[in-house]
Unconditional design. Structure first.
Length: 222
Protein backbone atom coordinates (compact mmCIF):
# COMPACT_ATOMS: atom_id res chain seq x y z
CA UNK A 1 0.00 0.00 0.00
CA UNK A 2 1.02 3.61 -0.62
CA UNK A 3 2.45 5.00 2.62
CA UNK A 4 2.95 8.72 1.89
CA UNK A 5 1.05 10.17 4.84
CA UNK A 6 1.68 13.72 3.63
CA UNK A 7 -0.71 13.26 0.69
CA UNK A 8 -3.62 12.54 3.00
CA UNK A 9 -4.66 9.73 0.67
CA UNK A 10 -3.87 6.09 -0.07
CA UNK A 11 -5.27 3.81 -2.76
CA UNK A 12 -4.34 0.33 -4.00
CA UNK A 13 -5.72 -3.08 -4.97
CA UNK A 14 -5.12 -5.66 -2.28
CA UNK A 15 -5.85 -9.36 -1.98
CA UNK A 16 -8.26 -10.61 0.64
CA UNK A 17 -8.67 -14.20 1.82
CA UNK A 18 -11.49 -16.11 3.45
CA UNK A 19 -11.76 -18.45 6.42
CA UNK A 20 -13.41 -21.40 4.70
CA UNK A 21 -15.26 -22.44 1.54
CA UNK A 22 -18.52 -22.69 3.46
CA UNK A 23 -18.38 -19.18 4.90
CA UNK A 24 -16.95 -17.64 1.73
CA UNK A 25 -19.66 -18.97 -0.57
CA UNK A 26 -21.79 -15.92 0.35
CA UNK A 27 -19.40 -13.84 -1.76
CA UNK A 28 -21.12 -15.28 -4.83
CA UNK A 29 -24.52 -14.00 -3.76
CA UNK A 30 -26.32 -10.68 -4.24
CA UNK A 31 -25.25 -9.40 -0.82
CA UNK A 32 -21.69 -8.88 -2.08
CA UNK A 33 -21.57 -7.26 -5.51
CA UNK A 34 -18.66 -6.02 -7.60
CA UNK A 35 -18.22 -2.31 -6.90
CA UNK A 36 -19.95 -2.58 -3.52
CA UNK A 37 -18.60 -0.49 -0.68
CA UNK A 38 -17.27 -2.39 2.36
CA UNK A 39 -16.29 -1.00 5.74
CA UNK A 40 -12.98 -1.98 7.34
CA UNK A 41 -13.25 -3.61 10.76
CA UNK A 42 -10.36 -4.75 12.93
CA UNK A 43 -10.38 -7.99 14.93
CA UNK A 44 -7.66 -9.03 17.37
CA UNK A 45 -6.96 -12.69 18.02
CA UNK A 46 -4.01 -14.00 20.07
CA UNK A 47 -2.41 -10.58 19.99
CA UNK A 48 -2.65 -10.18 16.20
CA UNK A 49 -4.94 -7.54 14.71
CA UNK A 50 -6.40 -8.24 11.29
CA UNK A 51 -8.39 -5.93 9.01
CA UNK A 52 -11.65 -7.42 7.69
CA UNK A 53 -14.09 -6.35 4.98
CA UNK A 54 -17.62 -5.85 6.36
CA UNK A 55 -20.47 -5.63 3.87
CA UNK A 56 -23.50 -3.35 4.11
CA UNK A 57 -25.44 -6.08 5.92
CA UNK A 58 -22.84 -6.33 8.70
CA UNK A 59 -21.21 -9.59 7.60
CA UNK A 60 -17.41 -10.04 7.66
CA UNK A 61 -16.53 -11.65 4.32
CA UNK A 62 -12.75 -11.49 3.90
CA UNK A 63 -9.54 -10.43 5.61
CA UNK A 64 -6.29 -8.78 4.56
CA UNK A 65 -2.74 -9.91 5.26
CA UNK A 66 -0.77 -8.62 8.28
CA UNK A 67 1.18 -5.99 6.31
CA UNK A 68 -1.96 -4.40 4.83
CA UNK A 69 -3.72 -4.67 8.19
CA UNK A 70 -0.90 -2.82 9.96
CA UNK A 71 -0.95 0.01 7.42
CA UNK A 72 -4.71 0.33 7.72
CA UNK A 73 -4.36 0.57 11.49
CA UNK A 74 -1.96 3.50 11.02
CA UNK A 75 -4.47 5.29 8.80
CA UNK A 76 -7.27 4.63 11.28
CA UNK A 77 -5.14 5.97 14.15
CA UNK A 78 -4.72 9.19 12.17
CA UNK A 79 -8.48 9.53 11.85
CA UNK A 80 -8.68 8.66 8.16
CA UNK A 81 -11.75 7.17 6.48
CA UNK A 82 -11.17 3.59 5.26
CA UNK A 83 -13.18 2.01 2.44
CA UNK A 84 -12.86 -1.17 0.37
CA UNK A 85 -14.56 -1.73 -3.01
CA UNK A 86 -14.99 -5.29 -4.27
CA UNK A 87 -13.11 -5.86 -7.53
CA UNK A 88 -13.43 -9.61 -8.11
CA UNK A 89 -13.99 -12.95 -6.43
CA UNK A 90 -11.85 -15.96 -7.39
CA UNK A 91 -11.54 -19.61 -6.47
CA UNK A 92 -8.38 -21.71 -6.40
CA UNK A 93 -8.69 -25.46 -6.01
CA UNK A 94 -5.12 -26.11 -4.89
CA UNK A 95 -4.02 -26.94 -2.30
CA UNK A 96 -6.96 -28.98 -1.07
CA UNK A 97 -9.66 -28.24 -0.09
CA UNK A 98 -9.41 -25.06 -2.18
CA UNK A 99 -10.43 -21.54 -1.19
CA UNK A 100 -12.29 -18.42 -2.23
CA UNK A 101 -10.36 -15.15 -2.36
CA UNK A 102 -10.37 -11.92 -4.29
CA UNK A 103 -9.18 -8.35 -4.52
CA UNK A 104 -10.58 -5.06 -3.35
CA UNK A 105 -9.63 -1.48 -4.08
CA UNK A 106 -8.78 0.03 -0.72
CA UNK A 107 -9.20 3.81 -0.59
CA UNK A 108 -8.22 5.74 2.52
CA UNK A 109 -8.30 9.51 2.92
CA UNK A 110 -8.00 12.26 5.49
CA UNK A 111 -11.59 13.54 5.98
CA UNK A 112 -10.29 16.96 6.97
CA UNK A 113 -9.53 17.58 3.30
CA UNK A 114 -12.54 17.79 0.93
CA UNK A 115 -14.42 14.73 2.24
CA UNK A 116 -17.37 15.26 -0.13
CA UNK A 117 -15.07 15.10 -3.16
CA UNK A 118 -13.46 11.86 -1.99
CA UNK A 119 -16.79 10.27 -1.10
CA UNK A 120 -18.05 11.06 -4.60
CA UNK A 121 -14.79 9.72 -6.05
CA UNK A 122 -15.28 6.42 -4.19
CA UNK A 123 -18.77 6.14 -5.71
CA UNK A 124 -17.33 6.97 -9.15
CA UNK A 125 -14.74 4.20 -8.84
CA UNK A 126 -17.36 1.74 -7.61
CA UNK A 127 -19.53 2.46 -10.65
CA UNK A 128 -16.58 1.87 -12.99
CA UNK A 129 -15.79 -1.44 -11.28
CA UNK A 130 -19.35 -2.65 -11.88
CA UNK A 131 -18.44 -2.86 -15.58
CA UNK A 132 -15.35 -4.97 -14.87
CA UNK A 133 -12.99 -1.97 -15.05
CA UNK A 134 -10.07 -1.67 -12.64
CA UNK A 135 -9.18 2.04 -12.56
CA UNK A 136 -5.85 2.93 -10.97
CA UNK A 137 -6.61 4.36 -7.52
CA UNK A 138 -2.99 4.98 -6.46
CA UNK A 139 -3.23 8.72 -6.95
CA UNK A 140 -0.27 11.06 -6.77
CA UNK A 141 -0.56 14.77 -6.11
CA UNK A 142 -1.90 15.43 -9.63
CA UNK A 143 -4.59 12.79 -9.27
CA UNK A 144 -5.67 14.12 -5.89
CA UNK A 145 -6.02 17.60 -7.38
CA UNK A 146 -8.15 16.15 -10.20
CA UNK A 147 -10.44 14.58 -7.60
CA UNK A 148 -10.80 17.82 -5.66
CA UNK A 149 -11.21 20.09 -8.68
CA UNK A 150 -13.88 17.81 -10.19
CA UNK A 151 -15.70 17.30 -6.87
CA UNK A 152 -14.99 13.59 -7.18
CA UNK A 153 -16.39 12.95 -10.66
CA UNK A 154 -12.96 12.59 -12.31
CA UNK A 155 -12.28 9.09 -13.72
CA UNK A 156 -8.69 7.82 -13.84
CA UNK A 157 -7.71 6.67 -17.33
CA UNK A 158 -5.02 4.22 -16.17
CA UNK A 159 -6.04 0.62 -15.44
CA UNK A 160 -4.66 -2.04 -13.11
CA UNK A 161 -4.42 -5.52 -14.71
CA UNK A 162 -5.85 -8.62 -13.14
CA UNK A 163 -3.33 -10.86 -11.37
CA UNK A 164 -1.70 -13.57 -13.47
CA UNK A 165 -3.84 -16.67 -13.71
CA UNK A 166 -2.35 -19.66 -11.93
CA UNK A 167 -3.12 -23.35 -12.22
CA UNK A 168 -6.44 -24.23 -10.65
CA UNK A 169 -7.54 -20.58 -10.42
CA UNK A 170 -10.80 -19.21 -11.81
CA UNK A 171 -12.23 -15.71 -11.52
CA UNK A 172 -15.89 -16.25 -10.69
CA UNK A 173 -17.18 -12.71 -10.31
CA UNK A 174 -15.77 -9.50 -11.83
CA UNK A 175 -18.74 -7.45 -13.04
CA UNK A 176 -22.36 -6.66 -12.17
CA UNK A 177 -25.10 -8.70 -13.81
CA UNK A 178 -28.30 -7.07 -15.06
CA UNK A 179 -30.31 -9.04 -12.50
CA UNK A 180 -28.01 -7.83 -9.70
CA UNK A 181 -28.47 -4.21 -10.71
CA UNK A 182 -32.24 -4.68 -10.68
CA UNK A 183 -32.10 -6.23 -7.22
CA UNK A 184 -30.03 -3.28 -5.96
CA UNK A 185 -32.54 -0.81 -7.38
CA UNK A 186 -35.32 -2.75 -5.69
CA UNK A 187 -33.47 -2.55 -2.38
CA UNK A 188 -33.10 1.18 -2.88
CA UNK A 189 -36.87 1.54 -3.08
CA UNK A 190 -37.65 0.94 -6.74
CA UNK A 191 -40.18 -1.86 -6.27
CA UNK A 192 -40.83 -2.11 -9.99
CA UNK A 193 -37.21 -3.07 -10.61
CA UNK A 194 -37.36 -5.58 -7.77
CA UNK A 195 -40.38 -7.29 -9.35
CA UNK A 196 -38.69 -7.21 -12.77
CA UNK A 197 -35.56 -8.80 -11.31
CA UNK A 198 -37.50 -11.77 -9.99
CA UNK A 199 -39.40 -12.03 -13.26
CA UNK A 200 -36.05 -12.01 -15.10
CA UNK A 201 -34.79 -14.85 -12.90
CA UNK A 202 -38.04 -16.80 -13.37
CA UNK A 203 -37.81 -16.47 -17.15
CA UNK A 204 -34.18 -17.59 -17.10
CA UNK A 205 -35.06 -20.67 -15.04
CA UNK A 206 -38.00 -21.47 -17.33
CA UNK A 207 -35.74 -21.19 -20.37
CA UNK A 208 -33.31 -23.66 -18.81
CA UNK A 209 -36.12 -26.11 -18.05
CA UNK A 210 -37.53 -25.88 -21.58
CA UNK A 211 -34.07 -26.26 -23.08
CA UNK A 212 -33.39 -29.33 -20.96
CA UNK A 213 -36.76 -30.85 -21.97
CA UNK A 214 -36.16 -30.53 -25.70
CA UNK A 215 -32.57 -31.65 -25.28
CA UNK A 216 -33.71 -34.87 -23.60
CA UNK A 217 -36.37 -35.39 -26.28
CA UNK A 218 -33.76 -35.04 -28.99
CA UNK A 219 -31.69 -37.71 -27.27
CA UNK A 220 -34.71 -40.00 -27.08
CA UNK A 221 -34.83 -39.97 -23.30
CA UNK A 222 -38.36 -38.51 -23.23
Amino acid sequence: MQTDIALGYSGSYERFDTVSKKEASVLMGADNLVGDRFAIEFKTDNGTTVAWMKNKFGALVGYFNPEVSRQLQIYQARGWSLVALLSFVAYTDTPEPGKYWGEAAIICYDPRRNPDAFETFISTIGSMMQDSLRPDVSLGQDGIEHVINSNGTWKPSARVPLPDKERGMAILKRRRKVSENLIEQGRAGNKGCYVISWAFIAVAVAALVVGAYFGLRALGVL
